[in-house]
Design a protein around this ligand. Sequence first.
Ligand code: PEP
Length: 248
Amino acid sequence: MSRKLIAANWKMNGSLAQCRELLPPLASVARDSLPLVVCPPACYLPTVAALAADSALQVGAQDAAQHDAGAYTGEMSAAMLRELGCQYAIVGHSERRHGLGETDDMVAAKAAACLRHGLTPIICIGETQAQYEAGQTADVVERQVKAVLARVVAEDLVKTVFAYEPVWAIGTGLAATPEQAQAVHASIRALLTQAGGGEAAKRVPVLYGGSVKAGNAASLFAMPDIDGALVGGASLVAAEMVAIYQAG
Ligand code: PEP
């Protein structure tokens, strides 16, 4: 069974016109054997879900609330996102961890909320530039993964996706080398093995994110523990995104 997956994170970009422009080329190449997930801003989810219908394209949100319902102004629950046509939700993106103060435990709670409502969480982890320079990558990644393991039981772990996104590589044009990313991915896979046994390690996709483009995708995907990509900037250019997907 393939554990490959490619996801597009539009961040706070796009428009209705761009949804209509970007979706058809992706819908025409997407196939069931390699999931292609588009994560637009929440307001465009219904439009994107409608444009993805009748194709193998899948739809994801960029965040999900940790709570199921209640007085949480501005939040959207996993159940609501399901109703809008999502199968996935990104949680713990570094722009939310570092820009909006999301903690490891909040991210883990969001992943658990997704799983309660049948959404696959794409759980982002990764070290900052300062942590990288201080040689703390392995410790940071272990702490972030273990926070998730504290809230997600082994039988649900197989329904998750992890995305290793070194913060210093996001939106900088400076991707990790395939070898650098592979070393971290292998350590994530070892943590999954410890927590969920062989099944989790075999089935959970571990994506790489951080300045992935058509030009570097194939060399990253050639690594044994890199199962695909979470693509930011390049996902806003249809031809780039199609080329990245076709390298998968
Ligand atoms: C991201 O936003 O998850 C990301 C990886 O961005 P970029 O591809 O632009 O570095």
